[in-house]
Design a protein around this ligand. Structure first.
Ligand code: ZN
Ligand code: ZN
Length: 141
């Protein structure tokens, strides 16, 4: 018997429904300028892999936020839906969309050197600076 780990989420207006079956509960936080402009604060993202399906996909607006990734939102209510890497097609989704997630752990903070000095977290987590991130992901190309 296979236990389904599918987690469901929806945008604020309910036009877009999401089912994700491969969520990593060790979430990441991104302090980069783009993420903070996008959502006012850092982006709390769970990695959802590629096993993600949508209902109401016609209400999703997607745009290129960088040469390597796109971001998407509900075109009716504006809820941020995902950041998707073009190379792997894997989704990073706002942790707050998933109401029933358990065992969440703040695993990593990206762009720690871009974090402004008006907030900080008391959680202990790994951190990577911009230079470390580019070095790490460039090695992966
Ligand atoms: Zn919506
Ligand atoms: Zn970011």
């Amino acid at each position: 018997m296979t236990v389904s780990n599918t987690k469901n989420a929806k945008c604020l207006c309910g036009s877009v429904k999401i089912a994700a079956s491969d969520i990593n509960p060790k979430f990441t936080v991104c302090h980069c300028d783009t993420c903070r402009a996008w959502g006012s604060g850092p982006f709390f993202a769970v990695q959802c892999g590629t096993q993600v399906s949508f209902e109401g996909a016609e209400h999703i607006t997607e745009y290129d936020s960088s040469p390597w990734a796109c971001r998407a939102f509900c075109s009716k209510c504006g809820t941020h839906l995902y950041y998707r890497l073009k190379k792997t097609q894997s989704y990073n989704m706002p942790v707050g969309l998933f109401a029933d997630m358990q065992d969440l752990v703040m695993e990593m903070q990206y762009f720690s050197d871009k974090r402004p000095d008006y907030y900080c977290f008391s959680n202990k987590s790994k951190e990577m600076t911009e230079a470390q991130i580019y070095a790490y992901f460039a090695a992966d190309v």
